[in-house]
Design a protein. Sequence first.
Length: 348
Amino acid sequence: KYFIVTATAPVNIAVIKYWGKRDEVLILPLNDSVSFTLSQDQLCATTTACISPAFTNDAFWLNGKEESLENPRIQNCLKEIRRRAKESCSSCGSEDDITSWPVHICSANNFPTAAGLASSAAGYAAMVVAVAEVYGVSGGDLSVAARQGSGSACRSVLGGIVRWYKGEQLDGSDSVARQVAPPDHFGELHAILCVASGRRKKTGSTEGMRRCVKTSLVMNMRLTSTVDARTKNIVKAIAEKDWSSFCDLTMSDSQEMHAACLTASPPVVYMTDTSHAVVELVHEYNRVVVKEGQPQLKICYTFDAGPNACLFVPAAAVGQVMSLLLKVFPPSDHCTLDTYLRGLPCPT
Ligand code: DP6
């Protein structure tokens, strides 16, 4: 006897960053964040979950390699889903109580892990959806379970533009993700990922956040006065379909997060010279399109905990932006996204 379910979840990219935790165990943030969930077809994680009374224990494989299940994040996700399964369980108490069957989980990304491309977000989101379904959990808010795997994962269970509320409750019950707008809200948008390095990041997000909260004055300013106001403004820009302000607010928030990192002690450095060159190019491009009276063609960058830029680009600007990028960063100089995604070695 067994039940098996496969689910996929896409990557999401934050435009207002989640940076800083108020609870490291439950993974509760110090501020609300806002993100774009990319479409499923390119960067996504796929998870298959299988439960059977024949299994002797839970097991987990990531990209073909068996991983320890001692990881408390996976444990917390499983605990939360099993708790929900028990609440709505029709077989509980009987011989066929599926909530007591062990689960085997197989997860794979179609892009490299830990290179600052939010792979853990897609991974935990896909895992939570697959495991919940295989245990018969229907309805309910899966963002709470995904959040316990990785904070940013709670935004990947929803599509389009998503807001993750920090919540006030100590148990995190109100720290949930909600869709703010559908995927096509700003018309056809493309995300261009500029991979400056495919290497694993030096300082993980948890440590980076912790250090900023403890030591950075810019982080203190962010949390006490700027990020909440910026979140309010970006939600307003979204409601008014004000693409130009959306772009400006996205870039400011990325710059502020990285300024907080640089002013931590010791400094947390994610962006490289290549990242800064992308920033310069985007501002220069925006200056020209605005001067030409075409603010709808503006683009924006955002950087997570790594050197790779994610650019949000309106469909009508993709051709021009790609040719600019290729002129400034010829493919022979660095790893192309295609090389990177196929896992081939990047030139150094
Ligand atoms: C810079 O979600 O990876 O991408 O909750 O510790 O797993 P944990 O952190 P994680 O942090 C993401 C940080 C970020 C910003 C964001 O996605 O909002």
